[in-house]
Design a protein around this ligand. Structure first.
Ligand code: RIB
Length: 330
């Protein structure tokens, strides 16, 4: 900075203003500083700036699974709001690993990011409270975090009800619920909504096919299990806890020569881009993914600005059913 000031013939404070408060210097002075920066190849030391000011202009989103387009769509919404507010975003993929999540949270604390958005592995309540006690606000994405934090999600129980009601209206009485582990709150809530709808319609109790994860491989495995059931007992419809499972199930059904929806109607959840693009376009319960991200980032920036009127709250969106060929007889 001193070399830049000397070359531009201005004070150190003027260089700092040109970088951090350009509205406080004339165009002529700012151009001289920029020319000196260019000539010397100066790169500001953001860590040093943060140490001086005690604050960074960076948010972080710790997402659960970078292989699931649901989370990258949410991240796009986070970035849109953050960039409009002049912030950068660190995207951290916990990969459903508590250890990796803990490492990222330690790193983000050391980096003194302005705030953390997270879809946590498990509860992580104590670690998130410690982060906030140390002056870094936290917003939980994709679930209701209770009293202590702001959070955004979509109503998973209502979404499960939409899926089951659609299948029941099509005349399906034997419905499979594909997904797991059911210890995951979103999965449990979606299946609870589906069971409520089946009970309200006087239909058979849905058959649970619990999976070890929410991905394409587990969807294929569920397809093998369903295809192995005697035809008389085999469900005629499957509601999957997310689209990756549904796409794996769909692929296996086609591979086994079974017709979708004729032999098995399939409903997914999230309505990611690949749902509509599937070989048999997938009926899915749509979550407002980018809106979830934008809203979470807005809540985080509001809390980070220290507004005394800020109150922790949960913002919950209503899911919507997108009907396509995987359930509708063509
Ligand atoms: O984490 C897996 C699932 O939970 C995603 O597909 C999305 O549905 C989220 O709510």
């Amino acid at each position: 900075m001193k070399d830049v000031a000397a070359r531009a013939g201005v004070s150190l404070g003027t260089v700092s203003n040109a970088l951090n408060r350009p509205e406080q210097v004339s165009d002529h002075t700012r151009r001289r500083v920029e020319a000196a920066i260019e000539a010397l190849g100066f790169v500001r030391n953001e860590s040093a700036r943060q140490l001086r000011s005690g604050r960074s202009r960076t948010l972080a989103y710790v997402l659960l699974d970078a292989g699931n387009p649901f989370f990258t769509d949410v991240a796009r919404g986070v970035e849109e709001t953050a960039e409009a507010a002049g912030r950068a975003v660190f995207l951290c993929n916990s990969g459903d690993s508590p250890d990796r999540q803990a490492s990222y949270l330690d790193l983000l604390e050391q980096q003194r990011v302005e705030g953390v958005l997270i879809t946590p592995v498990g509860r992580a309540q104590e670690r998130l409270e410690r982060l906030r006690r140390r002056g870094i606000p936290v917003v939980v994405v994709d679930r209701d975090a209770g009293e202590g934090f702001c959070s955004v999600n979509a109503d998973d129980r209502a979404g499960g009800g939409l899926a089951a009601e659609h299948l029941l209206e099509l005349g399906h009485d034997r419905i499979a619920l594909v997904g797991g582990p059911t210890s995951i709150g979103q999965v449990a809530d979606r299946f609870a909504g589906a069971r409520d709808a089946a009970a309200a319609a006087g239909a058979t109790e849905p058959l649970l096919l619990e999976t070890a994860g929410l991905n394409v491989v587990e969807g294929r495995r569920a397809g093998e299990r369903l295809a192995g059931l005697p035809a008389a007992r085999r469900p005629t419809a499957a509601f999957c806890a997310n689209d990756l499972l549904a796409l794996g199930l769909l692929q296996r059904m086609v591979r086994l020569g079974l017709d979708v929806p004729g032999d098995l109607a399939i409903v997914g959840y999230d309505d990611i881009e690949f749902a509509e693009a599937a070989a048999v376009p997938l009926t899915s319960v749509a979550q407002p993914r980018q809106q979830l991200g934008r809203t979470a980032a807005e809540l985080l920036l509001e809390e980070a600005q220290g507004d005394p009127a800020h109150r922790h709250r949960n913002i919950s969106f209503t899911p919507e059913l997108m009907v396509r060929a995987s359930t509708r007889a063509t």
